[in-house]
Design a protein around this ligand. Sequence first.
Ligand code: NI
Length: 389
Amino acid sequence: MTPIDHIRRDHDTLTAIRRDLHAHPELGMEEHRTADLVARKLEEWGIEVHRGVGGTGVVGVLREGAGNRAIGLRADMDALPMEEATDLPFRSTVPGRMHACGHDGHTAMLLGAAKYLAETRCFSGTVNLIFQPGEEGCGGALAMLADGLFERFPCDAIFGMHNRTGMDVGTYAVREGPAMAGGAFFDILVGGKGSHGARPEEGIDPVLTACHVATALQSIVSRNLSPRDPAVVSVTKVTGGDAYNVIPQTAVISGTARFFAREVGEEIEDAMRRLAEGVAAGFGATASLDWRLIFAPTVNAPEPTAAVVDAVRDLVGEAKLITTKPPVMGSEDFSFMLEQVPGAYLNLGNGPGFSPHHPGYAFNDAAIPFGAGLYARLVEMGLPKATET
Ligand code: NI
């Protein structure tokens, strides 16, 4: 019997957990009820539990046999600040909060793998079950790392997954190398000199300066980066001024940049600072850049990627494996963990429907045994029981 078939016996239990989480969504770093539910389930199944890792994070540890290798499996637990627009019977009970990215499903899948591994114990080594808070730009991965995640729970390889709308349930997608972009948010404060709107000669106009800076920023991707380095620079917000007849003192340009290598992100940051300061100086104004790296690029290491490929083939066969999906410009903070421990991040089919972050999005419970089963198989194949040789 494959882990998928085995875990199907618990499908009702896991679905009930998933729907309970869905009805009680919590924002990043505030997952108190969720973390408590996760910890209690792990304890119920006889798994060693560490609460409060990086805020509301939970780590379960399963040891078996004499194997000295360790695998980390990671799921995210947070919901989004948005109103749910489904009429599911287990829809969100909290106004303005919704599990619109399926992290409730991710949590249920990792719990399913935990229960299976605790029961069957067909591995030799250590499994670290990492339930991460605050993935949605809230710094949850970094909080766990700052709390000594991999010093306290050393791992030789780590794995994570995200559901994907439009891929059939029971299919898996993975690719070696860059899989998702790194992302930074930026604010450029342009300083001028206020004056009457009818007497521009007495001031330095930060609004006109900001417009020129915003235009100049579009030359970074086209002129400063190699065409072989895909990247995005989007100015998404320009603010400044309060009145029709007042030239304000300041204006602010804000936006996001995406890139597939940290060095490319640094090139963008340098070019942005140079352009902003230089263009502003030309107008007699000043500019200062505040650049914040929110997500590192998600880069899958060769060996763990091959392990995913092997596990998928073993579980469901070659036909259910997709290795041709191009990298996406979206971001994921599992990337910060992947910078410290080699690992792989994969996509799991969620069937048709709305994409994540849409108010009508719905996680497909049929995917639970496939996600949990793959986690389990990665452990069984990565930490094999000693066999007679
Ligand atoms: Ni997500």
